[in-house]
Design a protein. Sequence first.
Length: 170
Amino acid sequence: MKQKKWDKKWRLVIFDIKETDRNSRDILRKHLRNYGFGYLQKSVWISPYDVFDKLKILIDQCKISENVILIESKKISIDNFELGNKIWPIKEINNIYFSIYKKLKLIEKTLTKSVNKKNINKCFKPIYTELLKTVFKDPYLPKELLPKNWYYQKTVELAKKMRRLLYQDN
């Protein structure tokens, strides 16, 4: 869902799909999550991603257009950054990135001291796994919705560097 530049528009999906059509409702929710939507409140989802046309096609295919409203808006009564933090666990994810970054920095220091790479690799693997899990949780929001000290890029670059150092001989 990465975009080069955010168009500053929010996409909202509001729906009221009856229990008798639970399958369509579940399909819609699954696609909303896959398209980067966050849960605002019961049956109201929001996203900064331009997936309006894809959603329209899905809604038509599921034959639920009479139960779903799509809205695209530039104006919302809450600050964009504040809204992003309300919908997605941005602070929590950034804290995890920061924690992983600190762990990787410690391992990097040990690597420079010519310590056995096999032992370092044992430490690196669980940290790398934790990073991958975090990357999959990350909603990849536009930078305008992220804190200034967003640790994703630094952490991923350091992890890639560490992988190269640890596996260059293999």
